[in-house]
Design a protein around this ligand. Sequence first.
Ligand SMILES: [Ca+2]
Ligand SMILES: [Ca+2]
Length: 180
Amino acid sequence: MIKNFFSLLLFVPILFIHAESVIVHPSHIQAHVAERVATPPMGNFVTEENGVYTLKYNFTTEKHDALFFDLDCPLKTAEEMALQVNGDGKGHTLFVVVRDQSGESFYFHGPAIDFTGWKTLKIKLNYPQINPGEKYASIWGGDGNQHPDFPLQGVTIGLNDTPDTAIDSGEIQIKDVQVK
Ligand SMILES: [Ca+2]
Ligand SMILES: [Ca+2]
């Protein structure tokens, strides 16, 4: 009896995690082309198959280019994102945007994809401490209170060309996105 009791305790959290696991299809796929938001130009795609997101990017200008997509999924908390990335070793940089209840967006830099093969990456979602009257370029839209109001609408994941002057194309894959 005692043995069974402890087994149950061990398994409950694991079952709980599995119950929360869902496949979210990418939506609202957008690009930055020469610093402007644009519909993804030729050669840019985001697809999902069996929970694996494939980003095929084509950065064509000497200014800032990016490719990004939304995952609409209500989240009660967001302090860290963990995800597995199949890198192409080209050194472009991941980013995450958290969208709160009102649609207010909070931008976070991620690591450079300077490796090839699958790797688990973690991005800390440290919301800046805002003093009254201060505005942060990394926060925009929504209710404008500069506070992440939960539950979130979802997150945006993207790839920034690094450096901005880069003209390059490639492909990365992302899976097992976890927000906690
Ligand atoms: Ca560029
Ligand atoms: Ca807010």
